[in-house]
Structures are given as structure tokens and as C-alpha cells.
Design a binder for this molecule. Structure first.
Ligand SMILES: Nc1nc2c(ncn2[C@@H]2O[C@H](COP(=O)(O)OP(=O)(O)OP(=O)(O)O)[C@@H](O)[C@H]2O)c(=O)[nH]1
Ligand SMILES: [Mg+2]
Length: 346
């Protein structure tokens, strides 16, 4: 029989069979064929083939993973491998908040890169709209709209924006991503009263969530066709497995300019004369903070990927980028607001 993986811990997965019954399933022979490089074999949203246990109605044995359309994971620093979180996703929903915890556009930029790399549309939700959003936040959301991303302010607390959110999620499998405490689980509760997801207070001392959700879980809304994967919040989203040379393509404001650089596609957009990307930053056509995100992500990918440059030392975008950033700062009138973000809080 085939079924849908709803959640899993320690190699035991909750699978909803096509017969509608839910069973706890382990993996036949402990490992699946396609597991290589992954910390855990299966993600919420995966489709599998399994054998129902003849002796116990709520048990089964997974024999095969069916082909995935896409897979979202996060790098597990301890396990030094990618942890599979969500599979077969139609929409990435990046949830943010104006305060408690503060708005972190660099986190959104990272989620956007993941969505672009998987060719999955992104919706940026600003939850806790009842707390009021500063003008800078509204401006930043408008700039994401300008890049082609959809945005939506909502409030899980008051219910504002929920009908529109429900419409945008209808009939799709969506993954909720976002920092701890932004209200991912609260939104799920507001969309489907009765789901009863546990929500946690935001730490007053650190202004961060307390990692209330500990496991990715797929929920089906009452219409039977809308699926939402709620995930545990992270403080920092490490990116792995993306070729740094492909990163240009995942920044929509950068990708049309990159081939026009004097050095063409080998331009690193740092200190080359005739670089169109740097020109656009200086001219204020590319938001400086987005460019900063780009440089930081590329630096991280270069430092961790197997796609290092073939000859010579890998270039260091950070040291070269510093010059660009200074130039950009000096030459350009401040157009975008600054959000205080250190590396830890990306
Ligand atoms: N004012 C306000 N508070 C909210 C809203 N939505 C959620 N909260 C509060 O924010 C806190 C965190 O909510 P959660 O739903 O647990 O956040 P989460 O994103 O699921 O957090 P993790 O599971 O740790 O990743 C709780 O105290 C909620 O009551 C909202 O719309 N407005
Ligand atoms: Mg949660």
C-alpha cells in the first residue's frame, strides 16, 4: 500500500495510508536505498510504499520511498548532515513578525534562496500584525513584492488576514518556515481550530521563541485537500548543497544583471571593474541589505561546499565585499532601512 508520511522521530514514522488509516511505521532493513547523505530517511510530505502489519492494525513497515518532487532540509550541525524536513511542497510560507521576535529580513532572504533553488513559490507572511508594523517593515515587505514575492500581513491572535491566507493555501502542500516564536503553530491553530498545536511564550530576556515545536508535522485542514507542514523554528538557517555559482540565479534582482558584467558569468560582483551588480547596488537599484545577504550566503556556501574554484585559493567574498559595501554606503543615498542583524540572528 502507499501512504503519506506525516511526521517521524528516531526512524519511526507516522504514515497515513491511502486507506485513510494512520500507522506507526519503521523502515524495512533500517535504511532506505536513497538515504545517502541525509541525517534522516524521510520527511513530512514524503510518499512511501509500506506493508501493513498483519498482527497489529496500527503498525507497518516502509519498503520504498516514492520519487520526490522536492525536498527541504536544514543542515544539522551536530550530525554534520542535512536533516530532511518537508517534501513534495507546492508553496513555501516564510512567517515573520514585526516584534517579539523582531523582523529579520536576512532570515527571509535565506528562505527565499531555498524556495528559488527548489523552484517553489514563496509567500512571506507578517504575523502579529496586531502589534503594529513600523514603516520600515512595510517598506521592506513592499520591496519583496517588487521582487515578485507575495506578502501578507495576518494576526493569529485577532484572526485578521486568515481568510486570505486560507485561500492562498487551499489545495496545496505548504511548509511553514520561520524563526522560533513568530507564531507558525499559532497560525495553524487559527486556520483550523481544534488542531491544538502547542504554542510557547517568547522569552522576554532574549526576545526569541523557546523552540516549542520540536518536530516537523504535516496537518490536513478540514477540506481534506490543504496540507500544512509545521516546522520547528530555528534561530539561524544554514544553507548547504547549493552551488555558489548558481546563487546569482536565486536573487531575482541580481540574475538579469549578472550576465551583463564585463567578466560575464565568472564575475564575483566584488571588486571587478565593469560589474553591473555592484553598479546597481551603488545606484540603489539593488537593496544594499539584500546584497549583503547575497555576499554572506555565498561566503558560507564557498566555505562549506565541494564546489570550490578549481584553481588558486577560493576567493573570499567577505574581505572583497567589505570594500564594495563601503563604496556603496558612501556613494549612495540611504534608501532602505537598516534592521539590526548580527550573524547569529540571520
Ligand atoms: N500578539 C500576537 N502574539 C502572537 C500571535 N501569534 C502568535 N503569538 C504569540 O507568539 C508566541 C509564539 O507562538 P508559537 O505559535 O508557539 O510560535 P512558533 O513560530 O510556532 O514557535 P516555534 O514552535 O518555537 O518555532 C506565543 O506566545 C503566541 O501566543 C499574533 O498574531 N499576535
Ligand atoms: Mg511552533
Amino acid at each position: 500500500m502507499q501512504g503519506l508520511v506525516l511526521s517521524g522521530t528516531n526512524n519511526v514514522f507516522l504514515v497515513q495510508g491511502d486507506d485513510g488509516a494512520r500507522r506507526l511505521c519503521s523502515i524495512k532493513g533500517k535504511r532506505l536505498k536513497d538515504q545517502k547523505g541525509l541525517y534522516n530517511a524521510l520527511a513530512a510530505g514524503d510518499r512511501v510504499e509500506f506493508l501493513a502489519d498483519a498482527a497489529s492494525a496500527d503498525r507497518g513497515l516502509i519498503s520504498r520511498l516514492l520519487p520526490r518532487r522536492n525536498l527541504f532540509g536544514r543542515f544539522n550541525e551536530k550530525g554534520k548532515a542535512v536533516q530532511a524536513i518537508a517534501a513534495n511542497v507546492d508553496l513555501v510560507v516564510c512567517i515573520s513578525s514585526p516584534s517579539f521576535p523582531p523582523f529579520r529580513p536576512r532570515f527571509i532572504d535565506r528562505v527565499a534562496v531555498l524556495a528559488e533553488a527548489a523552484s517553489v513559490p514563496l509567500l512571506i507572511v507578517l504575523n502579529k500584525a496586531d502589534l503594529g508594523a513600523a514603516q520600515e517593515i512595510a517598506a521592506r515587505l513592499a520591496s519583496y513584492e517588487g521582487l515578485g514575492y507575495r506578502t501578507l500581513p495576518v494576526s493569529a491572535a485577532t484572526g485578521a488576514g486568515m481568510p486570505e491566507l486560507r485561500r492562498r493555501l487551499a489545495g496545496k502542500t505548504s511548509v511553514f518556515a520561520g524563526q522560533s516564536g513568530v507564531g507558525k503553530s499559532s497560525i495553524l491553530n487559527a486556520l483550523e481550530p481544534g488542531i491544538g498545536r502547542r504554542v510557547g511564550a517568547v522569552s522576554e530576556k532574549y526576545d526569541r521563541g523557546k523552540h516549542t515545536t520540536t518536530m516537523a508535522e504535516l496537518f490536513m485542514l478540514g477540506d481534506g485537500e490543504t496540507r500544512i507542514i509545521d516546522t520547528p523554528g530555528v534561530r539561524r538557517l544554514a544553507l548547504r548543497g547549493i552551488d555558489p555559482k548558481a546563487l546569482d540565479a536565486y536573487f531575482p534582482e541580481l540574475s538579469p544583471l549578472a550576465p551583463l558584467c564585463e567578466y560575464g558569468l565568472s564575475c564575483t560582483h566584488t571588486d571587478e571593474a565593469g560589474c553591473r551588480v555592484v553598479r546597481a547596488v551603488v545606484d540603489g537599484l539593488i537593496l544594499e541589505d539584500r546584497f549583503e545577504s547575497y555576499l554572506r550566503i555565498r561566503e558560507e556556501l564557498l566555505a562549506t561546499s565541494e564546489h570550490r574554484p578549481a584553481e588558486g585559493r577560493p576567493r573570499s567574498p567577505r574581505s572583497r565585499g567589505d570594500g564594495v559595501r563601503k563604496t556603496a554606503r558612501t556613494l549612495r543615498q540611504r534608501r532602505g532601512p537598516e534592521f539590526h542583524e548580527d550573524d547569529d540572528d540571520e
